[in-house]
Design a protein around this ligand. Structure first.
Ligand code: SAH
Length: 359
């Protein structure tokens, strides 16, 4: 049996005292326990880390997000003050590329106040070093941002890190998947009776079908869409996930050093993610705002002009850099890579479509 770490010992103690915990509670502890959680201190990104994200692949990604925001800000009549909020900014790379792409838009940077929602101290330090804009504040939650002007929100690979509940449809109806103890080892087990999450599930499903529900994601979307409905602006939520409501798949996975890892082993040392339920997030946002149809990342980037921008960069690039640009385009756009698995959800106060949406 592998040696247990402090977080595993803590979780076992919790279960001994109070009984099995939900997958959502397990995920929350594994990812954001203030001392031992995966996101408490480590930098998970890049070749040395556990996974790589689109902004870490190429500057082109953040530049296209910048183009989308600048275009939208102009469509709103260039308001003299607005908030630009990033959820889970990682190393700050995406924000740096957004700032770079928008630096020559007259008035955009002077109108902007930046807010970074980040729990990880190591990443906050990296962001502080990279981003030199004079008006930046850090937050632990979106809800603590005082929104008194239009709000532009970007989240890339943030929602996949928020806790999910998992439920399995059985002959006796929905049963929640729990983390329990069996002979002093952690195991997944179904709750013997209905749990509160049952109230949020549809009546029936194929036997064995799994539904994943993320109340933390829904409440974040609720807060963002309410703020945008009141003050104006646009949110772009980019992540990997699905749009059909009845996928009934277990998508929870752990990743360590770019490989799949057993979920209940070396807890807090591997990244833990679930696919994002874009149908559920769209529905939550639509309670407050017009929601634009979910697009694939490939469509989003292509429509905003990523190929043109790559061609322009290529004119001043070495042969090696040109090859790297081609490889990056392939990774970001190709359906076999990130092009279709990754999706973009956007919502806004007004019926003004963002530039990548065909109306
Ligand atoms: N957006 C970045 C990083 C993605 S990794 C990129 O695309 O490269 C996920 C990011 O979300 C990290 O910055 C992590 O520290 C942060 N994070 C994870 N869970 C969080 C939570 N509950 N609250 C705030 N930030 C969180």
């Amino acid at each position: 049996m592998p040696a247990q770490n402090a977080l595993e010992a803590h979780i076992k103690k919790l279960i001994r005292a109070h009984g099995p915990i939900t997958v959502a509670h397990f995920m929350e502890l594994a990812l954001t326990h203030p001392e031992y959680g995966y996101y408490a201190r480590r930098d998970p990104l890049g070749a040395q880390g556990d996974f790589t994200t689109a902004p870490e692949i190429s500057q082109l990604f953040g530049e296209m997000v910048g183009v989308c925001f600048a275009d939208y800000w102009l469509k709103l009549g260039a308001p003299s003050s607005f908030h630009l909020v990033e959820l889970g900014p990682g190393r700050g790379t995406l924000m740096a590329d957004i700032l770079h792409a928008t630096q020559h838009i007259p008035g955009f940077h002077t109108a902007m106040r930046l807010h970074l929602v980040e729990v990880n101290e190591t990443l906050r330090t990296a962001q502080r070093k990279l981003l030199t804009h004079p008006a930046i504040t850090w937050h632990s939650h979106f809800e603590s941002i005082l929104c008194d002007a239009p709000i532009f929100v970007i989240a890339n690979e943030f929602f996949d890190a928020l806790p999910i509940h998992q439920c399995v449809y059985t002959e006796r109806g929905w049963r929640e998947r729990m983390v329990a103890l069996e002979n002093d080892s952690l195991r997944f087990a179904l709750a013997p009776a209905a749990t509160p999450i049952n109230n949020l599930l549809e009546e029936s499903a194929p036997i064995g079908g799994v539904r994943e529900i993320s109340p933390s994601s829904l409440s974040a979307i609720n807060a963002i869409s309410k703020a945008i409905a009141t003050k104006g602006g646009l949110a772009l939520i980019i992540d990997y996930g699905y749009t059909e409501h009845a996928a009934y798949r277990d998508t929870l996975q752990a990743l360590k050093s770019h490989r799949y890892h057993p979920i209940l082993e070396t807890i807090g040392e591997a990244d833990l993610t679930a696919h994002v339920d874009f149908a559920a997030l769209s529905e939550a946002a639509s309670a407050h705002c017009p929601v634009w149809p979910v697009a694939t990342q490939g469509h989003f980037l292509t429509t905003l002009g990523i190929r043109l921008r790559a061609e322009k960069l290529a004119t001043q690039a070495s042969e090696e850099q040109r090859k790297a640009l081609q490889a990056a385009l392939h990774r970001l756009l190709d359906p076999s890579q990130m092009g279709t698995l990754f999706k973009v959800l956007s919502f806004s106060q007004k019926q003004i479509a963002p530039a990548y949406v065909e109306t």
